[in-house]
Design a protein around this ligand. Structure first.
Ligand code: HEM
Length: 153
């Protein structure tokens, strides 16, 4: 038994299904956040205008439009539905989680911008800095999962 056993909420019996879908789309989203900046490291090594350069541009474009954007929007929608269902907007763990998810979404904004620069033939960051940027989603994901599972506050 736990406090949610008799709780119906706005989602009713669909609650656990929505939660399962949320976690699934979050996995798709984070997978995209890991893979696209990895692509950039390989892409940077190509000569602008070469066939290889064009192949990376297309690959990145597909990953952004088929994986990143839909997975981010669906994760947000389902996550907010869960928050409404639980009436959790007064919970500090959720506020902290939302702040980190906003940072994760901003990171995706950086991915889109940097991709446009690469497609225009600009290679602004040294490989070392790009590799450092690659660590951001892993760190944010670990913190978010601790907040939602451990709920330390
Ligand atoms: C995009 C905006 C997001 C919102 C609004 C949101 C909100 C929520 C809420 C309210 C819950 C329900 C907790 C419960 O039922 O006990 C939940 C579950 C969960 N969220 Fe999110 N979330 C978001 C993104 C993320 C991200 C980016 C991750 C991982 C990096 C994540 C991982 C999880 C996990 C693992 C659960 C299941 C926790 C459990 O089993 O109790 N969420 N989310």
């Amino acid at each position: 038994m736990n406090f949610l056993d008799d709780y119906v909420g706005v989602l009713g019996a669909a609650y656990l299904w929505v939660k399962a879908a949320h976690v699934t789309f979050v996995i798709f989203w984070i997978a995209g956040l890991f893979i696209v900046p990895r692509y950039y490291i390989h892409h940077q090594a190509t000569t602008p205008g070469s066939a290889e350069d064009r192949a990376w541009i297309e690959r990145e474009d597909r990953a952004r439009t088929i994986i990143l954007m839909p997975a981010m929007l669906i994760s947000w929608t389902l996550g907010l539905m869960l928050a409404v269902h639980l009436g959790a907007f007064d919970q500090p763990w959720l506020m902290a989680k939302l702040a980190l998810v906003v940072l994760l979404s901003a990171y995706q904004g950086w991915i889109v911008t940097y991709g446009r620069k690469l497609a225009a033939g600009r290679r602004e960051l040294e490989d070392k800095k790009l590799r450092l940027m690659n660590e951001v989603p892993g760190i944010l994901t670990a913190l978010i999962v601790v907040l939602v599972i451990v709920r330390p506050f």
